[in-house]
Write a protein that binds this ligand. Structure first.
Ligand code: HEM
Ligand code: HEM
Length: 202
């Protein structure tokens, strides 16, 4: 990393590590707790269908749904990179980013990049669909309805595929931009922006 980034105007909350690398706070505590709780609830709901008790499936499934509802509220009332307004891309922005990606020239983003943002919206929508169809299966009106059951399973399979892409993309971007994005979701910090980054919201 070039030394001049250490002397740039840094956002509040930035700090130097022992190696002299400047880190800035990107993900607030809500986003980090939300993310890993959602991962836990999603996989608990998934694996509890294999021999686990039904109550565990329902509790973890509804908890995933509640987490997503809270995240949607936070996307409007939260601050900085947590806000939907800071990362939901316009179609043209997404297309430009996808084109740059195909050429292997996509810039680093401090917040969610446009492709990650679209995936995030998809994952949030999928969890809502899974929760809604799951709830329907417990109602008198839809109990035993094979279409709803099939839809529940289909949405789960689509989400598993999307999660595999989501995690692969995070690994790819981590290698490409020489930073551990999954660990940033734990610590909340990322390497300070550099001149060639798409800095978006600071
Ligand atoms: C162990 C598996 C997972 C890893 C390593 C992982 C990693 C990440 C990373 C690195 C980000 C930040 C992306 C960025 O920098 O733009 C992120 C965001 C996100 N991931 Fe995952 N993820 C995992 C599983 C999941 C699962 C299972 C779901 C949902 C079913 C999910 C939903 C989300 C959402 C909604 C966000 C946006 C966070 C926010 O702004 O609130 N992830 N994930
Ligand atoms: C993220 C959350 C969830 C995931 C990952 C998930 C996953 C699954 C999976 C993989 C199955 C087996 C599907 C099959 O056999 O084809 C299943 C079945 C089922 N789920 Fe969920 N589920 C979730 C949330 C919920 C919720 C919130 C409810 C509502 C209480 C629910 C109710 C059910 C019911 C009643 C079945 C059994 C259907 C049957 O008898 O075949 N699920 N779920």
């Amino acid at each position: 990393m070039s030394t001049d980034t250490r002397h740039m105007d840094l956002p509040l909350g930035s700090a130097s590590t022992a190696t002299g690398q400047v880190r800035v706070r990107v993900w607030d505590r809500f986003v980090r707790v939300f993310h890993w709780s959602l991962v836990l609830c999603f996989f608990t709901a998934y694996f509890s269908t294999v021999g686990g008790p039904r109550w565990l499936h329902e509790v973890s499934g509804y908890a995933a749904l509640a987490l997503v509802a809270a995240r949607i509220v936070w996307g409007f009332v939260g601050a900085g990179h947590a806000r939907f307004a800071s990362f939901v891309p316009r179609p043209t922005t997404f297309i430009a980013y996808a084109g740059a990606m195909l050429r292997g020239q996509e810039p680093r983003h401090l917040g969610h990049n446009p492709a990650a943002a679209v995936m995030i919206l998809f994952l949030l929508a999928m969890v809502i669909g899974i929760g809604a169809t799951g709830w329907m299966m417990t109602t008198d009106a839809w109990w035993g309805n094979e279409t709803v059951e099939a839809l529940h399973g289909l949405l789960v399979d689509a989400t598993l595929l999307a999660v595999a892409i989501h995690v692969s993309a995070a690994v790819y971007e981590s290698v490409k931009h020489r930073e551990n994005l999954a660990w940033s979701m734990v610590t909340g910090t990322k390497r300070a922006p550099e001149a060639r980054d798409d800095q978006g919201l600071m």
